[in-house]
Ligand binder design. Structure first.
Ligand code: SF4
Length: 443
């Protein structure tokens, strides 16, 4: 956008906040110019600082929120009131971006629980949709413009033909790629970057917002079905070695959204890693995990694991435990797993579920600082938390979220205190881990 236009747009934003959006319940979205949009932090509706708004990035979506009325600021009186014109609206912001405020609304009695997506605040101004967010990751591996459906279709057919007896390739191509449209499986079909390797039909946690399994009594469904078989090391090695040898910035990632906990399959993963490294030294071998079994993690490091990403909704045990509802492990196990990988010189990340009002509370900030110091963490992946905010806070029993500083300010404080700690959204390639982190990635 020409300089003049962008500074003009910035000037407009400084002058006025975006207007609130509402839906007519038929999927049509309108702006209400009598109300500026607000943001949500914890249980509170708050004004959003002008500098926090960016245009809704491509690949983003808008959702109407049935049974919910948006909260806005009256452009004349400056007081907060509900938008009675229709249902509230939120944005699903695309990967590589972190939301700074959720959509603010009042929930009506009998409103349905919202499905497992993120609900970032959204507004309208000067012909554009705006969201309070930051681009946290320059890597373009999940840019929607980068996916070529013809190439994906051809790649899928070619992989199914090349591995006719491989149950995992069949699952990845028919379910993940062609049904769930999983960005990682689509990249595998296009022969590039991070290749997903799910392996575990079971899990030793019971996350409230599990995306691969939701109990029948819950009104929401999981976004994908959990794997139903245990792949063999042979099945894993068969397609991962060629991917590592041919793909740009290749990564093999155990632990995907369509399975349980991969550490429950650690022996198979260990054997796969040993066999993969007999064939190729190229690329990074990564595991996305809940970090529950430190000794299994040690065995994987001894076999040649390069990096590990541990998922968590908080650096505070009393916030973690009611969400993960762990079986036979505790929060201290994931800290121990991070220390073990760090001890082997491996790359460690947390898959940090960002929830404005919880993540940026003073208490969480102090707990996160301690986690970074105690584990020697390498990277924070600031991920949007895909969950109904009311449902989440209700389920973990949080009625008061405490003093908050704003997600953006928290990021700045952490970056200032830990200059070597990397921020992002995706697992880095070995080129990025060993090379120039700011340059060596898909762009
Ligand atoms: S650790 Fe993963 S698979 Fe297990 S319950 Fe949680 S989200 Fe689901």
């Amino acid at each position: 956008m020409p300089e003049a236009q962008s500074s003009k747009r910035a000037a407009i934003l400084r002058m006025t906040s975006p207007f609130i959006l509402f839906s007519d319940g038929q999927g049509n979205i309108f702006e209400d110019t009598s109300l500026y949009v607000t943001g949500r932090s914890g249980w509170d509706a708050v004004p959003v600082p002008a500098e926090d708004w960016i245009k809704l990035p491509s690949g983003g979506n808008l959702y109407e929120l049935p049974g919910r009325r948006g909260i806005g600021i009256d452009v004349k009186t400056g007081t907060m009131r509900l938008c009675e014109k229709g249902w509230a609206v939120a944005a699903f912001i695309p990967p590589a971006h972190t939301g700074l405020y959720m959509a603010a609304y009042e929930t009506m009695k009998d409103a349905p629980t919202l499905p497992l997506f993120c609900y970032t605040a959204a507004g309208w101004l000067a012909g554009e949709f705006y969201v309070p967010a930051v681009r946290i990751e320059p890597d373009i591996r999940q840019e929607c413009e980068g996916y070529d459906d013809e190439q994906i279709k051809a790649g899928t057919e070619q992989l199914l033909k090349a591995y006719p007896h491989n149950r995992l390739v069949k699952h990845l191509m028919e379910n993940c790629c062609m049904t769930y449209h999983c960005p990682a499986a689509r990249n595998f079909a296009m022969g590039r970057w991070e290749c997903p390797v799910p392996s575990s039909p079971a899990c030793n946690a019971n996350c409230i917002g599990c995306i691969s399994f939701q109990p029948v009594e819950e009104s929401i469904v999981s976004t994908q079905d959990r794997l139903t078989f245990k792949p063999t090391a042979e099945e894993i090695v068969e397609f991962t070695v060629p991917h590592l040898e041919t793909a740009p910035f290749p990564i093999i990632s155990f632990g995907q959204g369509c399975e349980g906990e991969p550490l429950l399959m650690w022996e198979t993963i260990r054997d796969s890693i040993i066999d993969i490294r007999k064939h190729t030294t190229r690329g990074s071998l990564n595991i996305n995990t809940n970090g529950s079994k430190p000794e299994a993690v040690r065995a994987l490091c001894e076999a040649g694991l390069n990096s590990m990403r541990v998922s968590t909704n908080s650096a505070r045990e009393y916030i973690y435990t009611p969400y993960y509802r762990p079986n036979n492990y505790t929060f201290s196990d994931l800290l121990e797993s991070l220390k073990i990988v760090q001890g082997f010189g491996g790359w460690t990340s947390i898959n940090y579920f960002v929830f404005p009002g919880m993540t940026d509370s003073i208490e969480e900030y102090e707990a996160l600082r301690k986690l970074i110091i105690d584990t020697g963490l390498c990277m924070i992946q600031w991920r949007n938390f895909n969950i109904d905010p009311d449902w989440y806070l209700g389920k973990i029993g949080v009625s008061e979220t405490g003093d908050c500083m704003g997600v953006k300010q928290m990021m700045e404080l952490i970056r200032e205190e830990f200059p070597n700690l990397k921020f992002g959204y995706f697992n880095p390639s070995i080129e990025r881990i060993k090379g120039d982190f700011e340059k060596d990635f898909a762009h």
